[in-house]
Design a protein around this ligand. Structure first.
Ligand code: ASP
Length: 308
């Protein structure tokens, strides 16, 4: 199991640093047009049971750079639509000799279960509201490359904490690497269980982002909201939108982040999303390098375990 990447919560600070360093090395190679040394050629299954644009393409691009083969699989158009269980689907892929699986699934905890069935390296590409570890690693690399350090930074995660796996993975990653983490949003979107996460809760945007070095906006995840959690979008915008007026409450050189897809004009306005403090496009590019690092790293771990 230790050769999988399932959750940042269960990844040590040392491993996180190693992964970010490896990603930075891949980034330098690719930007310099150098061949990447990724070891033996592998076959990776990409299993997306839930919609994705960025994450899916970025894993595929990571495999291209690593010279790994990709087998694509999606929930619709497979035997899942005939009622096949997750267990049987994963076992089928195992017997078809895929060497690693990247999986996104709408159920929290599905990645852990699938890793147990698969037995080999499994990379969680987002499981329900639980974790999205490669997003957090890419965000860590992005902040590090802009700020030159992570230790001591104040990171404010703003918005729909309740439904966000990005918030959870990032809270673990930034706190493990020595940042002060804050959760900011309306009470209806910050569940009581947030108390188990590393970070202070703020219901007032101004206080919550004051002096923040990083303002991370989250998408309002309407597809996961089973009941009305907001009185109106207009009210949300008025109280929690990151825009030129509210960004002034953060540090002057604060980075603005968003994992995408953006509800433009809701959690962040256009001028800020596309403005000089935004590093949203870097998050996307760095996502490719950290996915290369994670895929390569799980195989390195596997080889080390076999050699023991
Ligand atoms: N793309 C991210 C995720 O899959 C964030 C989002 O969808 O809002 O969790």
């Amino acid at each position: 199991m230790n050769q999988s990447m399932l959750a940042i919560r269960h990844t040590s600070a040392e491993d996180i640093r190693e992964l970010i360093d490896l990603a930075a090395q891949f980034k330098a190679d690719i930007e310099a047009g150098r061949e990447v040394d990724a070891g033996p050629r592998r076959t990776i299954g990409l299993l997306f049971f839930e919609n994705s644009t960025r994450t899916r393409v970025s894993f595929e691009q990571a495999c291209n750079y690593l010279n790994y083969r990709v087998v694509n699989f999606s929930g619709s158009g497979s035997s899942l639509s005939k009622g096949e269980s997750l267990k049987d689907t994963i076992l089928t892929l195992k017997h078809e000799r895929l060497e690693a699986v990247v999986m996104r699934h709408r159920a929290s905890g599905a990645a852990q279960l699938a890793a147990e069935y698969f037995g080999g390296p499994l990379v969680n590409a987002g499981d329900g509201q639980h974790e999205h570890p490669t997003q957090a690693l890419g965000d860590g690399l992005t902040v590090l490359s802009h700020k030159g350090k992570l230790e001591g930074l104040r990171v404010a995660i703003v918005g729909d904490i309740m439904h966000s796996r990005v918030a959870r993975s990032n809270a673990w990653l930034f706190s493990k690497l020595g940042c002060e983490v804050r959760f900011v949003g309306p009470r209806t979107l910050i569940p009581g269980s947030t108390a188990k996460l590393p970070g202070e809760v703020y219901y007032d945007l101004r206080t919550g982002i004051s002096g923040a070095d990083v303002v991370m906006c989250l998408r309002l995840q309407k597809e996961r909201m089973t009941e009305g959690r907001l009185s109106s979008l207009g009210e949300y915008r008025r109280l929690y939108q990151i825009n030129r007026r509210t960004l002034k409450w953060a540090a002057d050189d604060a980075l603005v982040m968003h994992p995408g897809p953006i509800n433009r004009g809701v959690e962040v306005d256009d001028l800020t999303a596309d403005g000089p403090q935004s590093v949203i496009s870097d998050q996307v590019t760095n996502g490719v390098y950290v996915r290369m690092a994670v895929l390569n790293w799980v195989f390195q771990k596997q080889m080390a375990a076999v050699a023991k």
